[in-house]
Write a protein that binds this ligand. Sequence first.
Ligand code: APR
Length: 308
Amino acid sequence: MKVSIIGAGNVGATCAQVLAYQQIADEVVLLDINEGYAEGKAMDIMQSANAIGFDTVVKGSTNDYKQTENSDVVVVTSGIPRKPGMTREELISTNVKIVETVIKSTLEHSPNAVLIIVTNPLDTITYAALKLSNLPKNRVIGMGNLLDSSRFKYFLSKKSNLPISELDAIVIGGHGDTTMIPLPNYSKYKGLPIQDFLTQQEIDEVVSETMVGGATLTKLLGTSAWYAPGASAAYMVDAILHDKKKLIPCAVLLEGEYDTNDVVVGVPCVIGKNGWEKIIELDLTDAEKEKFKSSVDAIREVNAQIPF
Ligand code: APR
């Protein structure tokens, strides 16, 4: 089971680290355009094998895609991250060009891979990757909503003092500060509605904190986050490599689902060896449907900037 990660920066290297520490893959190849960088990250991770105890082999490559050949899954994190005050959408012109070259080289060597896109603006880059690759739609998946849902759970747990591991929470819509849609009605503690544990005002605060969760970290760190994004990408890799049929909210091409066509946006999907295998249509309130429509409209505006 081989995974390649294009972009050995903060998110890419963290993803490789989780894949190795949890022995999710047999082989992980980190590739970066920056000379020696991926080799250095890979070597550093491998030198933690003794202390952690894993057999996954992590290799590094400076732009040599031959080393990525026959990957089962390719995670794309190459691109610039946002700086404090920037939106994810502002990254479009730089990152879409980077992803264009990356996708072509990747598919030459791994034509059967499932692609997980992490580069922002997530929904638009995933849409561009799908168009560029000509892959079946189920094999190109954006990692955004899983991260947003993890942040939603974190803020719910902080506010309620309930353990994260016992909470269910889901965020659909775009992976943007104003386009994501946390769904309190689907938030549960051991199957019980979250409304039994938090007031409406507390829930509203949690929703707001979730929506700016990435921006809050970017302000604190000076660049965008990496631990949770890297771990979330690794979680998706695990679901694909081991055919776990996990229900994961992620960005996929809609063709009629949620009354939406020809746009990549976050919805709950069953994830297994074929990529996304089924889209789950949630029963949304009228207000949530309206928010979903606005989210889709906003994503379409960014999609219009794709230069091909
Ligand atoms: N091919 C391979 N690697 C590239 C290319 C390319 N054409 N262009 C850039 N890279 C590499 C950079 O050299 C860098 O090491 O991508 C890496 C990006 O790493 P970071 O700058 O640390 O950014 P990171 O925080 O990992 O975020 C990457 O994920 O969450 C999103 O918004 C974030 O779009 C950003 C992406």
